[in-house]
Design a protein around this ligand. Structure first.
Ligand SMILES: Nc1nc2c(ncn2[C@@H]2O[C@H](COP(=O)(O)OP(=O)(O)O)[C@@H](O)[C@H]2O)c(=O)[nH]1
Ligand SMILES: [Mg+2]
Length: 222
């Protein structure tokens, strides 16, 4: 099965070159979905001969949806541009799909650890919130997942296209997991470590988005 590696980007000129170069050997196709970066992100990607498409400016979820439509590979791997995810984990991430054992494989920080979920109050709240959602998902579908949110994941392209994903921001990750479970697709996890983003700040400002996480969670439970 062929693999499309999709990197959503917004103002990642400082880390994009490294991540592209590290992903290339794991990809049959590479695709950057850019959220209208104001820096040189797109230029750098094009100089490295990687195809760049724009999202509609609504957020990372919008970007992932555009990527799902544009991908040519049988399997899509989503990996962030900020250095949080290790491209060397990609072979393990796609293996359960290639072996015909899973339709969605999430890189689990519960199993692999995270440098972004511990150490200050914002991170603590982020972890508590995502764990509450995780417990809800596990109870609702009687599964034992350990990460409901990680953006580092692999999914069969045809499955991704059947999910009717609607979330415009990072809530798309829990939506994707929940809709896969709801539709009876097989969700698996492998341990992956999450590193601290190399430069700049996360787009997730908890104060602004916490209610969108809860609303999207409740909506997708039924
Ligand atoms: N296409 C697209 N990508 C985005 C957007 N916002 C953030 N990203 C990318 O999504 C990835 C995750 O963003 P980040 O801010 O690190 O969120 P966090 O890892 O969940 O804290 C990074 O590669 C960002 O550059 C957007 O509006 N559109
Ligand atoms: Mg990040």
């Amino acid at each position: 099965m062929t693999v499309t590696v999709i990197i959503p980007t917004k103002n990642e000129e400082r880390s994009i070159k490294k991540i592209i170069n590290r992903c290339k050997k794991h990809a049959d196709e590479m695709l950057i979905v850019d959220g209208h970066s104001k820096d040189n992100t797109r230029k750098i990607a094009e100089e490295l001969s990687v195809r760049v498409v724009l999202d509609h400016g609504k957020g990372k979820g919008d970007g992932l949806r555009v990527g799902i439509q544009e991908a040519k590979g049988d399997i899509i791997v989503f990996i962030d541009a900020d250095g949080s995810h290790d491209p060397e984990d990609i072979p393990q991430l796609v293996k359960p799909i290639q072996d015909g054992k899973a339709d969605l494989v999430v890189g689990s920080r519960g199993k692999g650890g995270s440098d972004e979920l511990h150490g200050d109050v914002e991170k603590l709240l982020r972890m508590i919130g995502s764990d509450i959602i995780l417990i809800g998902i596990n109870k609702r579908w009687k599964v034992h997942l350990t990460d409901s949110q990680n953006g580092f994941r692999a999914i069969r392209t045809d499955v991704a296209r059947q999910l009717d994903l609607k979330e415009n921001i990072t809530t798309i990750e829990q939506e994707m997991t929940m809709k896969c479970l709801k539709k009876g697709f097989r969700v698996d996890e492998i341990p992956t470590h999450e590193y601290k983003r190399e430069y700049g700040d996360s787009v997730i400002k908890l104060k602004k988005v916490w209610f969108r996480y809860i609303w999207s969670f409740l909506k997708n439970l039924i």
